[in-house]
Design a protein around this ligand. Structure first.
Ligand code: IPD
Ligand code: CA
Length: 263
């Protein structure tokens, strides 16, 4: 199979999953709890099971890492191929009938994303990127914004389910970013936040404690749309660390602000 054929098959798998989520949006759900506020619905489980099958038939040798089957920890292999899937990113939004919900599908090779798809079923938006092949929204090329000063940047963030010792850090960052930026959003689906950064709607996104399935596809979308990613302080991005993504122009200023907020 050539890469065009693989992308087309993955897009078809993503579309099928998006149809499943859209068909169940706004209905009554069986909600159970993974933690006090970390929800899972029957749709998360059904969509992940279907993607495991459909993606598995495209690349049978790839390991499958999905949010609902990896509850006891995750491992993205440093060599070989691996699917990294969030069947419903923004589950809390979904359970509250808020349409900011996404499906995130990434194929990683040797630990890095080489193909990324973010479906936003209720918005009828499909984002995809392949390494070296650019980033697209519903088939049209996308690129990051041009805002350079923090005061011109609309910033987005998210919060983990378990605050623990992290609460002070989260508040210190909010205290620094709110007065320095054009505004701050918490939309509730990290994959969609990264896709919206890739297409220029947002200028900066940061969050600590994301899981690989929240960030793998969006990581590639942002890179291929011309943006930049690192940890909060400018070191190379890795699964399991903090994440700062930007249009590139405002990256240094944001790392400085985040460093100051930690002092
Ligand atoms: C969550 C969302 C949210 C982010 C959380 C994630 P889920 O994923 O992406 O925006 O702030 O850290 O866990 O649980 O809705 O798939
Ligand atoms: Ca999820």
């Amino acid at each position: 199979m050539d890469s065009g054929e693989i992308i087309a098959k993955c897009l078809a798998a993503g579309k099928e999953a998006a149809d499943m989520v859209r068909a169940r949006f706004g209905q009554r759900h069986n909600v159970s709890h993974k933690g006090a506020t970390d929800l899972v619905t029957e749709v998360d489980v059904a969509v992940e099971a279907r993607l495991r099958e459909s993606l598995g038939s495209i690349f049978p040798d790839a390991v499958f890492v999905g949010e609902e089957s990896q509850r006891d920890g995750w491992n993205i292999p440093a060599s070989g191929y691996c699917w990294v899937v969030d069947p419903v990113d923004g589950t809390t939004n979904f359970a509250h009938d808020i349409p900011l919900t996404a499906i995130s599908i990434a194929l990683c090779r040797d630990g890095l994303p080489v193909l990324g798809i973010v479906e936003a079923p209720m918005l009828k938006e499909t984002y995809h990127a392949s390494r070296g092949g650019g980033a697209f929204l519903n088939g049209a090329p996308i690129e990051v914004s041009k805002a350079a000063s923090l005061v011109d940047c609309l910033v987005c963030t998210g919060f983990p389910y378990e605050f623990g010792a992290n609460l002070e850090g989260i508040i210190a960052r909010l205290r620094a970013v709110l007065p320095a930026s054009q505004g701050l959003r918490r939309l509730g689906a990290a994959a969609l936040d990264l896709a919206w950064l890739a297409c220029g709607r947002l200028d900066i996104f940061y969050e600590d404690g994301l899981k690989p399935w929240d960030m793998a596809a969006g990581w590639l979308l942002v890179e291929e749309a011309g943006g930049r990613l690192s940890d909060f302080y400018g070191a190379p991005l890795r699964f399991g660390g903090s994440l700062l993504a930007s249009n590139g122009h405002a990256h240094e200023a944001m790392t400085r602000l985040l460093r100051q907020s930690a002092q």
